[in-house]
Design a protein around this ligand. Structure first.
Ligand SMILES: [Zn+2]
Ligand SMILES: [Zn+2]
Length: 276
């Protein structure tokens, strides 16, 4: 018989969970596994709220949240990177196969057997419960250090939103001063993308459907220019000015495996001497 969340593991935990599709969270008593030899247990102090959490809360039953930060309270005997008192975080994943090509290249996020922090099934068959709770237990391999000089609450959103935009900026080489990127949408991810790009010294144009975001983009986040995507004149005028242009595609199948869609069109304006 399936064990209840309270009895599954020896360590009592308390959190907030979705029990129906109302979107309302309620108190949830459950359990975490005992700290294993390669595990880190930490007291959860903050969680970011990612858009996917909102979907989970409305569609599923269980714990959510996967931008989890706190302070280490216990480490296993084989843990090497952390000690009690360290500031740490856990992002979207808590497990993977550790034998596929993706795992071998430190891309466990593309592992076909990746175990997500919530709404997943752990190696032992128990559900992963997310981080909206008082404690968290995770394998050292999936725990990251939060620098001492970074406020923990500000660190949490970097664990999913942050890495989601940092990774493509680095991977596609859009991190060099003098480059020009367009950030489409100024929600949670767009916000962090602008901050990373500016920190790299890259020129940033924010492209948004909403003219109301202009002040936030330019004054608050330091973007260089702002385009309203519903204004065909503005978009026309900006064509060709960026090193990365927006493209509408069904993205999920592409994300899982970091597939690349590339296009090439050799065409040049009269008098344009750029060799690209
Ligand atoms: Zn997320
Ligand atoms: Zn793997």
């Amino acid at each position: 018989m399936e064990k209840s969340p309270e009895q599954e593991h020896p360590v009592k935990a308390f959190g907030w969970a979705a029990r129906d599709q109302s979107g309302v969270l309620s108190p949830f008593k459950f359990s975490r596994r005992a700290n294993g030899e390669k595990d880190v247990t930490f007291k959860v102090l903050y969680c970011g709220i990612c858009h996917s959490d909102l979907h989970t809360i409305k569609n599923e039953w269980g714990g959510a949240l996967h931008e989890i930060v706190g302070v280490v309270t216990e480490v296993g005997s084989k843990v090497q990177k952390f000690k009690v008192g360290d500031k740490v975080g856990v992002g979207c994943m808590v497990g993977a196969c550790h034998s596929c090509d993706s795992c071998a290249s430190d891309h466990e996020n593309y592992c076909p057997k990746v175990i997500f922090t919530y709404n997943g099934t752990y190696y032992d068959g128990s559900p992963t419960q997310g981080g909206y709770s008082n404690i968290m237990v995770a394998k050292e391999h999936f725990v990251v250090r939060i620098p001492d000089n970074m406020p923990l609450d500000a660190g949490a959103p970097l664990l999913c939103a942050g890495i989601t935009v940092y990774s493509p900026l680095k991977y596609f080489g859009l991190d060099k001063p003098g480059m020009h990127v367009g950030v489409v949408g100024l929600g949670g991810l767009g916000h962090v993308a602008v901050k990373f790009a500016k920190a790299f010294g890259v020129k940033v144009t924010v492209i948004s459907t909403s003219p109301n975001k202009k002040d936030e983009a330019l004054k608050h986040l330091g973007a260089d220019s702002f385009l309203v995507s519903r204004d065909p004149n503005q978009i026309q005028a900006a064509l060709g000015t960026m090193d990365d242009r927006p493209l509408e595609l069904p993205v999920m199948p592409l994300l899982m495996g970091r597939k690349i869609v590339a296009g090439s069109l050799h065409w040049r304006h009269e008098g344009d001497s750029r060799d690209d």
